[in-house]
Every structure is written in C-alpha cells, then in structure tokens.
Design a protein around this ligand. Structure first.
Ligand code: HEC
Length: 207
C-alpha cells in the first residue's frame, strides 16, 4: 500500500518538474521584473503598431484601392516603425513574420523558429495560441527581449491574404508582380496568419 502511494507521489513530482521545465517557461509570465516590464512594453507596442497599420491600410484601400495599398505597404510599415522608435526608443525593433511568408525577408531566424514552435504546437494541438512568447537574447554583450504575439486573419486581411479567386484583379496582379514567390494567400477568417515580433533593449526597460 505504502509502496504504491510512494510510487504515485514520485511520478507526480517528476511530472510537475518536467511540466515546469519543458512546457511553461516559453510563455508563462515571469517573476523577473525586467521580463514583466518587457511584456508590458511589448503589448503596448503591438497595440500601437497594429492600430496604426490597420488604419493606414484601411484609408488607402478605401480611397485608392487595394492594389495601391499593396504598393504602399512596406513604406507604411517603415513610417510607423520610425514613429514608434522616435516616440519610445531608437533600438526598438518591429518585424512581421510567418512560416508562410510573402516576402523572404520575413522568414524566421533561429530564435523566431523557437517562438513559432510554441505557438504552432499549441495552435495545432489545442486550436488556440498562448497570448505571447518572450525570449531573452544576448548579442554583442547587450541584452534584448523579443516579445511575440500571434496574428489572426480578420476581414481586412482577406483583401490581400484571402483566396486568389476572391482577390481584387488589380491586387492579384500587383502581388504576382512584386512577390513572384508569394506564399501568403489562401487564408480564411480566423486563421493564424503569422506573428509580430517586438525587440526591446534591456537598457530601455531599466530606465
Ligand atoms: C493592402 C494589402 C495587405 C493587407 C490588407 C494586409 N497585408 Fe499582410 N502583407 C501584405 C504585403 C504586401 C506583405 C509583404 C510585405 C513585405 O514585403 O514585407 C505582407 C506581409 C505580412 C506578414 C509578414 C509575413 C509575410 O507574409 O511576408 C504578416 C504576418 C502579415 N502580412 C499579416 C497581416 C495581417 C494579420 C493582416 C490583417 C490585419 C494583413 N497582413 C493585412 C499586404 C497586406
């Protein structure tokens, strides 16, 4: 009787240790005060960036059409990123990325692939993603945090990432011309489209 109980207790402890070591840290809130501040700054930056991008694209699409919004997409991203750097910190970085990318510069590096894994495993396993993933990265003696959030397809994204047949003709032509190796069409409402990554220097957090 005692032997069985001891066996289950040991199994329980091993399971918990394994769960905390291998499953939780990638997206659990961290007690470290820098990490929680990084999460706060990451969340805020995503909110500002996405609302400015969506509103800029919406205005161009309404006034000049989807093809023109496609043509101005990269400039808008650069403009909004600059405005955020000027308002917050010059070393803040912003990147949109996806395993199914439209442009090869948005393909993942080693650390981004690690973050993907956490999101994709949860998405395919449970049908939902953790709200964010945070990483601490050391480069050239400096510490940076990388904060990631998943991006899902809304109605407006479908105008440029929906099925080929549903796209505006001019827009489809523009995508073919600018991105001949495009992988980023054929999505449906609610699909996981990709991720946004915010890079935050620790020096900014420590201020
Ligand atoms: C006006 C057209 C347009 C709309 C609307 C649009 N996108 Fe895109 N998206 C693009 C273009 C063009 C690129 C490639 C830009 C580049 O060269 O970096 C892109 C790239 C991306 C990427 C980077 C990975 C890749 O495919 O290269 C993500 C992630 C993304 N879009 C998500 C979204 C989401 C989420 C929405 C809706 C909220 C959205 N997009 C709406 C045109 C659009």
């Amino acid at each position: 009787m005692f032997g069985k109980c001891k066996f289950f207790c040991i199994c329980f402890v091993i399971f918990n240790l394994a769960f905390h070591c291998f499953c939780l840290p990638a997206w659990s809130q961290n007690d470290n005060k820098f990490d929680s501040k990084a999460v706060e700054i990451g969340k805020k930056t995503v909110r500002i960036f996405m609302s400015r991008l969506v509103s800029a694209l919406d205005t161009i699409m309404k006034n000049q059409g989807v093809a023109e919004a496609l043509a101005q997409y990269e400039d808008k991203i650069a403009e909004i990123t600059k405005s955020i750097k000027d308002e917050m910190n010059q070393e803040i970085g912003i990147k949109l990325l996806s395993p199914r990318y439209r442009d090869v510069k948005n393909s993942p590096d080693y650390y981004e692939e690690q973050a993907y894994k956490d999101f994709l495993e949860a998405w395919h396993g449970k049908g939902r993603c953790p709200p964010y993933v945070i990483q601490e990265i050391r480069r050239d003696g400096k510490v940076f945090y990388r904060y990631y959030e998943p991006l899902f397809i809304t109605n407006m994204c479908l105008k440029c990432h929906g099925s080929l047949e549903s796209l505006d003709l001019e827009a489809a032509k523009r995508i073919k011309q600018d991105h001949p190796n495009d992988n980023a069409v054929g999505y449906r409402l609610g699909d996981l489209r990709g991720f946004i990554r915010i890079t935050i220097p620790q020096t900014y957090i420590a201020q």
